[in-house]
Structure formats: C-alpha cells, structure tokens
Design a protein around this ligand. Sequence first.
Ligand code: NOJ
Length: 762
Amino acid sequence: MKLLQRFAFVLLVFAPLGLLAQQSGDAAMKIFIDGLMKKMTIDEKLGQLNLPGAGDITTGQASSSDIAKKFAQGKVGGLFNIKSVAKIKEVQKLAVEKSRLKIPLLFGMDVIHGYQTVFPIPLGLSCNWDMKAIEQSARIAATEASADGICWTFSPMVDISRDPRWGRISEGNGEDAYLGSEIAKAMVRGYQGDNLSENNTIMACVKHYALYGAAEAGRDYNTTDMSRVRMFNEYLPPYKAAVDAGVGTVMASFNEVDGLPASANKWLMTDVLRKQWGFKGFVVTDYTGINEMIDHGLGDLQAVSAKALNAGVDMDMVGEGFLTTLKKSLQEGKVTQRQIDNACRSILEAKYKLGLFLDPYRYCDEKRAATEVFTDANRKVARKIAAESFVLLKNQGNLLPLQKSGTIALIGPLADATENMTGTWSVAADLSKSISVMAGLKDAVGGNAKILYAKGSNLSEDSLLEERATMFGKTLHRDNRSGPALLQEALAVANQSDVIVAALGESAEMSGESSSRTNIEIPQIQKELLQALLKTGKPVVLVLFTGRPLALKWENENVPAILNVWFGGSEAGSAIADVIFGDVNPSGKLSTTFPQNVGQVPIFYNHKNTGRPLGDGKWFQKFRSNYLDVSNDPLYPFGYGLSYTHFDYGDIKLNRSSLKGNQTLNASITVTNSGSKDGKETVQLYIRDVVGSTTRPVKELKGFQKIELKAGETKTVTFKITPADLKFYNYDLKYDWEPGEFVIMIGGNSRDIKSAKINWTK
Ligand code: NOJ
C-alpha cells in the first residue's frame, strides 16, 4: 500500500478509535481495542474467533467464493493455508472494505521447516544441534512467508516423542526436553524476531499443546495418559520454553490429557498455560479439534464448543462450533460474555501487534514476493544447514567420503525422487524445484566421474501402501516393470561401477500426520535390493531417507557405510553430494534413539534405573529388567553421530568436587581432533542426580556446545553448572533442586561419556 493510501486508511477507519497512539505500547493497544470492542456486536466478536481454511479460493475468485459472504459479515477472524500476495490481498480487501468494522484478517500457514526454501524436516534439523543455524532457518522461513502474505505460522511443533511408530515424530525435535526447549526458543526467536510488527517477522504458534507425541501405540490422534511428574519433567518443558520466549499463540492438541481432550482441558489451557506460565497470547484449536470432541464422547457441538471456551480456547480452527453455537450458550448461561470478550480481545491484540490495524496489507508486497523468496542466498544457507543435519551412522574402513572419479552407481527409489526431497509438511514448496540426489551428485562430479542410475525397486511391493505414502504430489513415479526386471537392471548398472550409492528408505509421506507404522524397517523389497547390491562385492553406501528412527539392525551389521539424510529440504541433493564427497564433514547427532527393533519401543536415553537394573556390560540376567531376545541397548544412542575425523576426549576436570548453595561448578574437558580432517563436534553434558525424593533418570542432557576443530587441534570445553541445572519437579510438582551426590558426564553422545562425581549441599 502506498504511503498516502496507508495514511488515508488509518485516518478514515481508525483515527476515531484512538489508533494514532498505536506505537506507544500496551496502554495504547488497550485503548484502541477497548474502543473497537465497544462497537462490536456479539456476532462480530464470535466472528473473530472463527478460523476457516482457505478451501478452494483461487486468484481473482475470492469475492465469489462461498466464504466471501462471511468476510463481509465479519464472521471470520483469519484464514489459513492460502498462498500468494495476490490472493491474500484480495481476501484482505474484502475484510477491510466490505465488513462493517473493517477488521483485518490474520493469514496463517503451516510454515513448518521453511517456506519455498525448504530446510530439513524438523527431526533432521534438530540433529544439527546448532541453535544459531536453527534460528536462522526460522528467520528465513519468516522472511519468505511474510513476503508472500503470511503473518502467522503453525510452528514450532515441539512435541516430545519416544515412539518411532508415530508418523509425526518427523515434525518434532526428538526425545529430549532440554534439547527440545532450546530448539523451541530458537525457532520462536527466528520467526518473531524482536518486533512482530516488522513486515518480515511472523507470529509463531507452538503446538501441539500438550503431549501429542505420547499417543498410545504410536497411533496418531490416540489417547495419552501419563503422570504429572513425567509431564512436567519430560514433556511440557519445550512448550513452556516457547512461552518464555514470547510465542504469540498456542495450538491445542487433538489428544486427551487426563481424560479430557486438550481443547476442553481447563487445567492445561488456563491453570498451567496462563496462570502458571503467564502466557499472554491466544489459543487456537487444531483442525476441527472442537467438533472432534463429539466423537471423544463429550456431547453435541454446542456442549463441546462451550467446554472449549470455558477451558480457555480462543479460536476455533475450521469447525465453526464457536461461530454457530456460542451465542445460544451465552443466552443459556453456559458461557459468559466476559469469556467471549477475552477470547476476542486476545485475537485483536495479535492483529494489533502484527501491525495489521496500521496497514492490513503490511505483508502483501509484490516486490518482496518477487525478490525475497527462494533466493540463491536462502538456498545456500539451506544447503549448509541440511548437510550439517545429516547423521553418519556407520563408516567402516572410511568408505566415505567418495572420490569424484570413476563410475558411481546410483540406485534406489529415492535416488531420482525430486518431489520427495522436502519431506512432509512443505505446503508452500514448489516440489519440482528440489534437488534430487541424482542432480546433486551429477552437479558435484561434473565431468570427473560417471554416474549411472537405476531405480532398482519401487518403494514397496504394495502399490496401495505406495499410494498412501506419496500423497500431496510427492510421487515416486511407480515403475510398472516387474520386481526382477528392476533388480536386474540395477545389478547391471552396479556391475559396471566402482562403488554403489543406494538411496533407500521411506518416502516423504511415509511419516508425518496420519502416517504411523507398526513396522519400522526399510520396506522389504528395498532390503532385498540392498542385499543383492551387497552381493556384487562392490562397496555400498546406504543413503538413508527417513522421517523417523528406523530399525536397522541388519543394515548396521552388513552395510559398510550408512548416511542418514532424513528429508533434507529443497537443497537435499546438493547437501548429500557435499557430504558424500567430503566437501562437508558430517556433524549431525541423533536427537532420538534408534532401537534395535520395534519391540524395544519406547526406548530413550533418559530412562529410570528401576529397582532391578541390568549389571554393567550384561545383556541378560534372570530377574533383571531386560528382554530374553534382545539386549537393552539401542542400535544408535541419543546424541550419536560419526564424523570423517575422530574426536578424543580427555578426562573431566572440575574446579571443585564439593559445592554449597549457589556456587558454580566449572566442568571442563579437552577435545582433540585426532584425525586428518577439520570437523565439528557437539560436546554433550549429562547429569545424574544419584539420590532424590522421587526416582531420577539415569542421566539427563543439561548442556551442549557445537565446536569446530581443525585437524590436530585441541580445545577445552567448559560447562558452567549452577543449582538451576539440577532442578526438577518433585512429587508435589514443586520445581527445586535437592542436595546430594551428582554424576557429571561429558561426551560425544549419551553412551560414550567420561564421568566425575560431586557433592552439592544446600
Ligand atoms: C492439523 C495438524 O495437526 C496441525 O499441525 C496443522 O497446523 C493443522 N492441521 C493446520 O493445517
């Protein structure tokens, strides 16, 4: 909007409401919103609580769409998953020109791991352990989304999950509350910046509050049930961290907590979120979250809508329960005017903070849309971040990195799978613009090496499974030739090559929403392909695509090199080439445990000791806590990831071994790069509270530092530990630390650690 027009808009529409004081903080906001709300009818207030999806609005058609009437009648507070400045401008125009009070709309979207420049899926990104890089990914996502009309993202998703069967484990940051909290803060900072009203920052929405990642049996939307001690210590911290970082909105999860779906759970939405944590923004439900409470068995639409408002929910995504029933509930005394006013106010405040009252077209700048989205600079950052998120799981005989010479056989259903590179939840991406492994490798070798390709197999023998796992345009171009024909072609290619790169695993939509699995292995047909490739006797590198920890026992025993590349985003193929040829030394570390088999699930590093722990070095003892058929060990532990160089850890040095009160413990360790390549290492600090008033985990992550070491270089890493690091929620949910003995552990993963003991009195 041109300056003059903008001024005229402000003057004509909002000057009478005291808007000119907009810049002067909360008091001015209150005056403005008080003034506006005095003019609003009950229907207009309920309209603000209504968030429909964009449905089928196409450019130039907004005014004739079904939803247009609702904009004009003030029955909509925001719209989501509508894309492009042109469309958003058109819709916003209807709201601010046709509705009585001319209140602008919020435009939300699932900008989960990038906008058009796509970063690794969150589970992959979390393996980067570089908070600046993670923040930068959110900053770039915000810049691109806001350039394209969006001012609100449904991210970060911070659900802790210890269950690889659950498809949405791919959307979160793994199993650990501390790492998850650090990432939650970095993401909120990245999206929201310092000033929400800047036109390149967007409002974040932490989700799915709460405990969605603990769905029973890993089945999506399923019940969760856990003790409050576990909730507060192990699952709630990342949501709280986002609130502490100033997140503007919170999304209620689909699941029940303590027998009440989150959207009707007053304890969660009001007592914990608002009263205990001091959250000041608004709560939106998940998609039809209110209506689904009918199936949960909590009553009809009017009843469940009233329950949601009573619990502290402000905005109703898609279901229109608020819009269509709350007036009646008000008349019948089932909800109060004050509750409706509070919800309406919190949404108007968000709009105010985003600067939408000052300029409803603040985020609709065609020039920005044309120059700030999917830029070379953004893509370069995405490529670097992706390469540093990959996790090298095995590298026998230093097979990797490969030389850019000779003949390389590139084989597998994920090798030339452009549309799958971004992974799940990449709604704004142009899938055809991603870099496949084939494109990345070819570009990297230029004329110096020959790349031969064969698909080798489809994703699965089961075409129906493949259909379900390749939705939303993420096709794998199923090959109709027979399995043996595909295999034969692959073997012919392999036999002409010096080395085989096998790009196998899951497709992008094999994880994500409603994509849970009971079998977490590489699909059988691909395993058979891998076995046949190994039989050729050529060296095989497995480039593993996955949105979850997979059970890779056989692969770990038989394949010499395994590089887990998750879904690396729009630049995945280039980043994979960077690591395969050693231009980037891998430094990703797992944010979630890889089990030996699905029967070990849930398996996580910060478990309790039990009263019958297994003896050190044993894998079975009668009458101990273990299995008959498999050891308790994970296949790859939390925090694990190899490098092309090697890091040696010295012993832990402490500035003191007994402490009192608020003293600070300095725990230092030397780390030496004893290999011949420069590299990055994430040094991890774990603490065990040996005796507690409740049982305590065998170790908990309490700090980490990602450092860079030249070949041969040694650095000393110091962690400063204070009593704040020892705090936990006790049986009475009091957050404090308890004096006694602690074990300080430092290492390159949660298994291979050095340790030292201390005593800390109050
Ligand atoms: C449902 C998903 O659970 C949530 O994560 C997403 O933000 C909404 N749909 C909106 O698309």
